[in-house]
Each structure stands twice: as structure tokens, then as C-alpha cells.
Design a protein around this ligand. Structure first.
Ligand code: G6P
Length: 476
């Protein structure tokens, strides 16, 4: 066990997230672990290396208990989930209750007491694991909606810790959050943190309104004065910290000869159309894929674009495939793509090249470089990092980004062609305008957006959050 004789663990900086930042690779020589793609782990690995860091999370397989192990400069502490917990806590409460509720009820959330019970049980297990590995006075940073009860549980177990929480997805308006039967428990869970981070100022404001209504603490500006059951009190603060990407990884790939060559090959293989449009999303109902396809299909029908001149590449990476709403969405999207292609394809041209795959980052950057117009039409999205990756990859300042105002990224990428994806006529006009945008105008916009993204990468994001968390204690 990792509990030393004084009752404290060994690690000064701990990240807690539903998934560990590693993927298992099995080959002839047995099992090994590879760091998973994604900016969060890239940003935090250096912090971990400096500070004796540990990461607490689920390793992705049901009914399997793994011993803690080291990987690179990180200590990994796997949290086991049973098959039934995967169903109730992960697929159920996290992804069929909270996910749709927090994304504007685009799909109807389901409320089941058995799912809630499992969410509580699993959150307690994560909190206990974090309490075990944390040294006295350590900093613990809890990530995302799957673990909203962990801050309070952890504070009760270990009042010596400094606790941060970051919500990667939107926080809903009070009128929607109010539906949740366990709304008070969630608010109390989050308020266990010294600092609660959100993507947008509007998420922060939504949260603070829910705190006033459902917790009854005094709220002054962004500070909540929390009084515990034992009468002790402390300040918990909410603030927006828009997340970003690993900029240097993307720009370095975008300049690599083989990646550039691959991007040209993609264009050739599509028959060198005048314009390539690109959509890249997890196959999720929040992403507005159906709205995008509707607009695109109508543009073909109206004759404003033709398959000879334009091709849309839609990458839809498989996601949460055992959750009902995701299965329904896949049926719908694939039906729509089939109908559009069946109507407009010729022997040599396709309307939509649809790919239900996920790809390594090298291939993603080649796709960004191959595409003249990037379509991000989310109905609701905490941030949308694809939009920022596209901008980072366009090192020549060419290309046009069409971006939904309902994505957090719209706060930073003001020079995108901003759209309301529900307004199909305006969306169609925006796509046509993007295709026909004069090169100088496109360059002016891309240059400004690139400046924004290059100056605010994910490392800066984590530094901003952790600096603010450090200051929290000093002010009290
Ligand atoms: C979103 C969430 C993450 C989650 C990811 C992939 O980005 O904010 O917490 O890890 O989707 O979803 P999954 O359910 O496969 O972990």
C-alpha cells in the first residue's frame, strides 16, 4: 500500500480524471502502456516531472484491478470499475444524465436513482484513491463532469489538501440544471474545491446562479463563502480558464515534409477538387453533424455547389457506442450520408467522404492542411479543440474556419465565420461565403486567429489555473 506511516501518501501534485492518460498496447511481448493523445497530459507531464506527480484514473477496461505503476515521469494509480459500474456510473449517469443535461438537453437526459447511487460510489472510490497518494498539503486537480463529487469527498478526508476542479464541458443555465434531482449534492460536491474552473464566463455565471439558488451560501462576485456541516468555513472561487491545445505539436507536424506530402496525396485521391471542406468530430449529438449535412445536401440540391468542384470530408470518430442516443445518432448520420451520396455521387466524384474512424494526430494535421474550409457546427460545446487545431495547423495563414457561436472556442476565435447552426439558410450562406472568401480577407482573419491560439496554448492554460489555485490559499 502507498500509505506511509504518517498516514499521508508520497505525491505533491495529483491529477484525478475518469480516464488515465495512457492506452494499453498488447503485442507479442505482452502488455505495455502508451501515453494517449491529447493536450491535457502534454500540458501536465512537465508539471508532474517537476513536482512528484501522480495521476488517478480508470484504465478503460471493466472488472480489472491493476497495481499502481510508473510511466515516464508519472505515477499512475488505476481505479477499477466493475462492468455494472461502467454501465451505471459511466454510460448511465455521466453520459446519459449529465452529458445531455449540461449540453442544453439536445438529447433528453434520463434520471435513474440506480445510476446516481453508482455515481456516488465511484466518486467516493476516486476520492479515496487520491487521498491515499497525496502527500501532506499536496495539490489535487480534479477533472470534469464524471467526478463532480470528488472535491467535497476529498476535502472531508483530507482537509490539508489544496483542491482544484476543472469542468471541460459547459455548465448549464439554472433553469436546465434545476431538473436534476440531485442538484444540491452536485453543487455541494463542486464547492469542496478551492478553485472551480470553467471554459467560458457564461458557464461560471450559470454555476454561481445555481450556487445562490441551491446551496444558500453567500456569494460575492466569484467567491462563495462555504460553511461546512461542522461550522468551519472557507472560500471557494469560480473562474473561467478557456482550455487550449498543444500548439507546438500541431505546428511542428504542419511543417513536416511527410505530413505536407500526405496532405497533397489526400487532395489527389479525392480527384483534386477545387475546394475541400472538412468536419472532424467525435460522433456525438452535440456536434451538429446532422445540421451540417442538411445544409450541405441543400447546397448540392440548389446547385450552389457541385461534386465536381467540392468535396466534404467528414471524420466521425467512434464514441460511447453502447449508449442508446449515440447508436441512434450513428443510424441517422449514416442514413443521411448514404442518401446524399446516393443522389449526387458520380463514378469519379463523391459528395461526402464519410470516415467512422479515429486517426493519429499526423493524419489529422494532414487533413487540416488538405482542407480549404473547416466546418465546426456544434449545437453546444465546452470549447472545441478541433477549431483551435485547424487554426494552429494553417501555418501559411490560408483556409477559412466556419465556427458555431455555441462552442466555447467562439469566445477566442472572433475572426472565424461565426454561425448559428440552427439557422440552416444562414449556415448555407456561410459555407458559400467561406468557399468564396477573397484570399486577402481569409488571410487577415487566419493571421489574427493564429496569433490568439499561438499565444495561449494548453501549457499556459494549466499554469494560469495552477497559479490561481496557489493564490487561493495565500489570500485566506
Ligand atoms: C469529452 C469530455 C472528456 C472525455 C472525452 C471522451 O471531451 O470532456 O471528459 O474524456 O469527451 O469521452 P469518453 O467518454 O470516451 O471518455
Amino acid at each position: 500500500t502507498e500509505i506511509s506511516t504518517d498516514g499521508y501518501g508520497d505525491y505533491d501534485f495529483i491529477v484525478v480524471s475518469n480516464r488515465l492518460p495512457v492506452d494499453r498496447v498488447t503485442d507479442a511481448s505482452g502488455d505495455s502502456w502508451r501515453r494517449s493523445p491529447g493536450g491535457l497530459v502534454t500540458a501536465l507531464a512537465p508539471v508532474m516531472a517537476k513536482a512528484d506527480g501522480a495521476w488517478v484514473g480508470w484504465h478503460g477496461a471493466p472488472d480489472e484491478t491493476l497495481e499502481p505503476f510508473d510511466h515516464g515521469n508519472m505515477h499512475l494509480r488505476p481505479v477499477p470499475l466493475s462492468a455494472s459500474e461502467v454501465e451505471l456510473y459511466y454510460e448511465g449517469f455521466s453520459n446519459a444524465t449529465l452529458w445531455p443535461l449540461y449540453h442544453d438537453v439536445i438529447a433528453p437526459p434520463e434520471f435513474h436513482r440506480t445510476w446516481w447511487d453508482s455515481y456516488r460510489t465511484v466518486n467516493r472510490r476516486f476520492a479515496e484513491a487520491a487521498a491515499e497518494v497525496a502527500a501532506e498539503g499536496a495539490t489535487v486537480w480534479v477533472q470534469d463532469y464524471q467526478l463532480q463529487l470528488v472535491p467535497q469527498l476529498l476535502r472531508n478526508l483530507r482537509p490539508d489538501l489544496k483542491i482544484g476542479f476543472f469542468n471541460h464541458i459547459p455548465f448549464p443555465p439554472l433553469e436546465i440544471f434545476a431538473q436534476l434531482p440531485w442538484r444540491k449534492d452536485i453543487i455541494a460536491g463542486l464547492l469542496g474545491a478551492d478553485l472551480i474552473g470553467f471554459q467560458r464566463p457564461s458557464d461560471t455565471a450559470n454555476f454561481l446562479r445555481c450556487v445562490r439558488r441551491f446551496a444558500g451560501h453567500s456569494v460575492r462576485q466569484q467567491q462563495v463563502h462555504v460553511t461546512g456541516e461542522d461550522g468551519s468555513s472557507y472560500v471557494s472561487r469560480a473562474e473561467a480558464f478557456p482550455i487550449s491545445i498543444d500548439v507546438s505539436q500541431i505546428t511542428e507536424l504542419a511543417k513536416r515534409e511527410d505530413v505536407i506530402e500526405r496532405s497533397k496525396q489526400i487532395r489527389r485521391e479525392l480527384g483534386n477538387p477545387k475546394v475541400i471542406l472538412l468536419g472532424v468530430d467525435r460522433l456525438d449529438y452535440t456536434k451538429g453533424i446532422s445540421h451540417r449535412l442538411k445544409a450541405y445536401g441543400e447546397l448540392l440540391e440548389d446547385g450552389r455547389i457541385s461534386v465536381e468542384d467540392a468535396a466534404l470530408i467528414q471524420v466521425a470518430s467512434p464514441s460511447r457506442e453502447r449508449v442508446e442516443q449515440y447508436r441512434l445518432l450513428r443510424e441517422e448520420v449514416e442514413g443521411t450520408v448514404g442518401r446524399i451520396n446516393g443522389t449526387y455521387d458520380t463514378m469519379s466524384n463523391t459528395a461526402i467522404r464519410y470516415l467512422h474512424h479515429s486517426y493519429p494526430v499526423e493524419e489529422m494535421v494532414a487533413l487540416y492542411l488538405a482542407s480549404d474550409v473547416m466546418l465546426v457546427t456544434a449545437l453546444r460545446d465546452g470549447m472545441n479543440l478541433v477549431a483551435k487545431e485547424y487554426v494552429a495547423a494553417r501555418t501559411e495563414n490560408t483556409g477559412v474556419l466556419v465556427l458555431s457561436e455555441f462552442a466555447g472556442a467562439a469566445d477566442q476565435l472572433r475572426q472565424a465565420v461565426l454561425v448559428n447552426p440552427h439557422d440552416i439558410d444562414r449556415l448555407k450562406d456561410a459555407v458559400v461565403n467561406a468557399i468564396n472568401m477573397p484570399p486577402r480577407e481569409a488571410q487577415r482573419r487566419m493571421r489574427l486567429m493564429r496569433r490568439q491560439v499561438l499565444q495561449n496554448d494548453v501549457e499556459r492554460w494549466s499554469q494560469n489555473f495552477l497559479n490561481a489555485l496557489r493564490m487561493e490559499g495565500e489570500q485566506q
